[in-house]
Design a protein around this ligand. Structure first.
Ligand SMILES: C[S@@+](CC[C@H](N)C(=O)[O-])C[C@H]1O[C@@H](n2cnc3c(N)ncnc32)[C@H](O)[C@@H]1O
Length: 268
């Protein structure tokens, strides 16, 4: 499905966030796979499971009308970002934008930056395309593909000014922890794609994952934590550009915590 524009339109609007959907167990074939310790996300272990979800008529129309301009095709060759966006600008990668609520907001408040956004959930891609149309956003391009492969095959070293990973799947069960995105080998790869001074911004509402993020990012020699105030315990104040989404607001009302982590690649 990754590169195709196929969808199954229905007549009702489906605005559920992937985070609202029931947790999905990993297929047995994948849970059985063993990755060598130094390899993050080998082909058999994905950081996502393709979820059921229907593309609405509005999203289907957005695919048709806006897909040709805003969807990039996955191809295992270096991305020409200037050609893809039709202009120069800082390049920010987002991994897993869900329904694109935060993505659209950030693109709106940072019009000078270019946002390259990866998501595998088709209704989510449709939802972001719809927002692009409604909000007349020009600075987003979408890759409906596994971000791990995009990073491996399309993004050269030192090409990114920033990386956003907001509320990545927490993979709560211990046996599924290996599917989490934020692990040392993958973080090393992310850092290699950042320019010196570029930033990595992660957020999560799952405390054990926040602790894992803090440990892994702090251990990466090429990264420096921007949250240097001792009172912050390593977690950053929420940057202004990241909005409180409906999902996050609901969690906060229920008394759940949210942790932001903002690290910078040290100068070469
Ligand atoms: C829990 S949701 C969070 C979505 C959104 N960032 C938010 O804050 O609402 C995580 C999303 O990441 C996507 N995802 C996970 N691994 C991915 C990968 N390797 N490439 C692209 N998308 C991925 C999933 O499909 C899912 O929509």
């Amino acid at each position: 499905m990754g590169d195709s524009l196929q969808f199954r339109p229905v007549n009702t609007e489906n605005n559920a966030s992937p985070t609202d959907l029931p947790a999905v167990d990993a297929p047995a074939s994948e849970t059985a796979a063993q990755a060598p310790a130094h390899v993050a996300h080998p082909k058999t272990i994905k950081s996502y499971v393709k979820r059921a979800g229907r593309t609405t008529t509005g999203q289907a129309k957005a695919f048709e009308d806006l897909g040709p301009k805003f969807l990039l095709k996955y191809a295992p060759q270096p991305l020409d970002a200037q050609a893809a966006f039709g202009r120069e600008g800082k390049l920010i990668l987002e991994i897993g934008f869900g329904m694109g609520e935060a993505t659209a907001h950030i693109a709106r408040v940072r019009p000078d930056d270019n946002f390259l956004c990866c998501e595998v959930h088709e209704p989510g891609v449709g939802a972001l395309l719809k927002r692009i149309g409604e909000q007349e956003l020009a600075n987003i391009r979408i890759l409906q593909h596994d971000a791990v492969e995009v990073i491996d095959h399309m993004l050269p070293e030192g090409c990114l000014d920033g990386i956003h990973i907001f509320f990545p799947d927490p993979w709560h069960k211990k046996k599924h922890n290996k599917r989490r995105l934020i692990q040392s080998p993958f973080v090393a790869k992310l850092v290699s794609r950042l320019k010196p001074g570029g930033y990595l911004h992660c957020a999560t509402d799952w405390q054990p994952y926040a602790e894992q993020m803090l440990e892994v990012l702090s251990a990466e020699a090429q990264l420096a934590n921007t949250a240097t105030d001792a009172g912050l315990a390593g977690y950053a104040p929420k940057p202004d550009y990241r909005p409180l989404t409906k999902f996050e607001n609901r969690g906060l009302r229920l008394g759940h915590g949210v942790w932001d982590l903002v690290f910078q690649r040290v100068a070469a």
